[in-house]
Design a binder for this molecule. Structure first.
Ligand SMILES: [Zn+2]
Length: 60
């Protein structure tokens, strides 16, 4: 008789990005989808995040 073993697979993160390779997480301490955004930058018209960064960087 063959004994079937149930392998326990590690639960994968829903977002699929491990923190160790998530550079955004390493830089800001939170994931990109967790960052709160405020008003738009007048230069590049992208939303400025809570750290004061936007796409062009002129808001700094
Ligand atoms: Zn900008």
């Amino acid at each position: 008789m063959a004994v079937e073993r149930k392998k326990e697979e590690p639960t994968k993160d829903d977002q699929g990005v491990p923190p160790e390779i998530d550079t955004h997480y390493q830089m800001y301490g939170k994931h990109a989808w967790e960052v709160e955004y405020g008003e738009r930058c007048p230069a590049c018209n992208k939303r400025i995040d809570e750290f004061g960064f936007c796409a062009c960087g002129s808001s700094q």
